[in-house]
Design a protein around this ligand. Structure first.
Ligand SMILES: *Cc1c(COP(=O)(O)O)cnc(C)c1O
Length: 399
């Protein structure tokens, strides 16, 4: 080992820096004993909606619940099909299936690893129409398609303009999986503005799992939407379907956001812009170090219409397992996001379309490697990492 070990993610340092503020927030919560609902939850919801440029945000207990509740709230359920990608964390598909709908997959774009509008268009063109409603029927399940869930993977938004225009053409709703994209921006050609994830579709789901760009000190999530009725429905779903205590209009869930987590999130939200800026700076540093070492081909691609918040910095190379082992042997931790695409997971063996059905997803999943990425990552650590990448890739004939 040539240097101090470099972790994949350092959550300890940022929490040490915030310790006083977090402890103060905790003390306030304990003294008021308002653990469920109340001013901290409402305050965070308002601040997070403002941050995203969305009218409403509703705090829930995880990103998975956020996605499930958002889908249920827009009317997705039994009998529907929902289109998403397989190159994502499993929760995207769990949430869809647990509404009672069936998931069908479209492939990702080779450059951005997010939903390919071309693949989506091709899929929709191939669909027969339900005679009574004109809705497209999903290719495998033959169920009418209700919604599309693009995933803003690694902090890079999906091509929402192209996806929105296909959705409009086929009368489908769009829900963003923004669990990795707090603060990520998309250039909206129709308005000429950069707009944030969480404001780009009918509704969006965020996770505040501790390792996300904005993380709680435990489990938490939120739904954002501009639609007041959707926000009201999510508020009921997270709280056993009650709008008034003990009057249950629908059957819901126990999926609320803890007041203590909301208080922690309010503290951390004030730092999110700085943290995202630090991640973007670290990504630029990696890019220039890779370029300078003749390894530019490994770089992740940032589309012109995207301002990524680099939840992850993911390089691509044929022998990524070898590279991962070489870095590990030199004290550098890496990650795989994700080693097995959702459609090839054991739990979905029964209904999944199987190997060969999503060629880009399958190719990408075999070649990606996530390098250390967190706001406190230092340039000298990045130099050491890229030096080791060069040492491994350089001794091989291909990358
Ligand atoms: C983290 C994540 C989720 C799930 O969020 P939880 O808070 O862990 O439930 C969903 N989708 C994606 C893309 C994620 O990264």
């Amino acid at each position: 080992m040539t240097q101090q070990p470099i972790p994949f993610l350092d959550l300890v340092t940022s929490h040490r820096e915030l310790e006083e503020e977090l402890v103060a927030a905790f003390r306030t919560a304990v003294r008021s004993a308002r653990f469920i609902g109340g001013p901290e939850v409402e305050g965070f919801e308002r601040e997070f909606a403002d941050y995203c440029g969305s009218n409403f945000s509703v705090g829930v207990s995880s990103g998975t619940d956020a996605l499930r509740f958002a889908l249920l709230a827009i009317g997705v359920g039994h009998g529907d099909a929902v289109l998403t990608v397989s190159h994502t964390f499993l929760a995207t598909v769990e949430a869809i299936n647990q509404t009672g709908a069936v998931t069908e997959f479209v492939d990702v774009d080779e450059a951005t690893y997010t939903m390919s509008p071309a693949a989506l268009s091709e899929y929709l063109k191939a669909c027969a129409k339900e005679p009574s409603t004109g809705r497209p029927l999903a290719l495998r399940s033959k169920k009418p398609i209700k919604a599309i869930v693009p995933v803003h993977l690694y902090g890079h938004v999906a091509d929402m303009g192209a996806i929105a225009s296909l959705a409009a053409q086929y009368n489908l709703l769009v829900v963003e999986d923004a669990c990795q994209a707090h603060g990520a921006e998309y250039f909206d050609e129709s308005t000429g503005d950069w707009r944030r994830a969480g404001s780009l579709a009918k509704a969006a789901a965020f996770s505040f799992y501790p390792g996300k760009n904005l993380g709680a000190c435990g489990e938490a999530g939120a739904v954002t939407t501009n639609d007041e009725a959707v926000a009201a429905r999510v508020r009921m779903l997270r709280d056993h379907g009650q709008a008034t205590k003990y009057y249950h209009d629908i059957e819901g869930y126990n999926g609320r956001l803890d007041a203590i987590q909301a208080a922690f999130l309010r503290v951390k939200l004030r730092h999110l812009e700085n943290w995202n800026a630090a991640r973007r700076a670290a990504a630029r540093e990696y890019n220039s170090l890779l370029d300078a070492s003749g390894l530019g081909a490994l770089r992740p691609v940032e589309a012109a219409w995207s301002r990524s918040v680099f939840h992850l910095y993911v390089v691509r190379t044929k022998d990524r397992d070898g590279l991962g082992r070489h870095l590990k042997a030199n004290g550098i931790d890496t990650g795989l996001h994700y080693p097995v695409p959702v459609h090839l997971q054991k739990c979905y063996e029964e209904w999944s379309p199987g190997r060969g059905s999503l060629p880009v997803t399958e190719r990408v999943a075999a070649e990606i490697l996530s390098l250390p990425m967190f706001p406190g990552l230092r340039p000298e650590q990045q130099s050491a990492i890229v030096e080791q990448v060069g040492e491994f890739v350089g001794v091989r004939t291909t990358n």
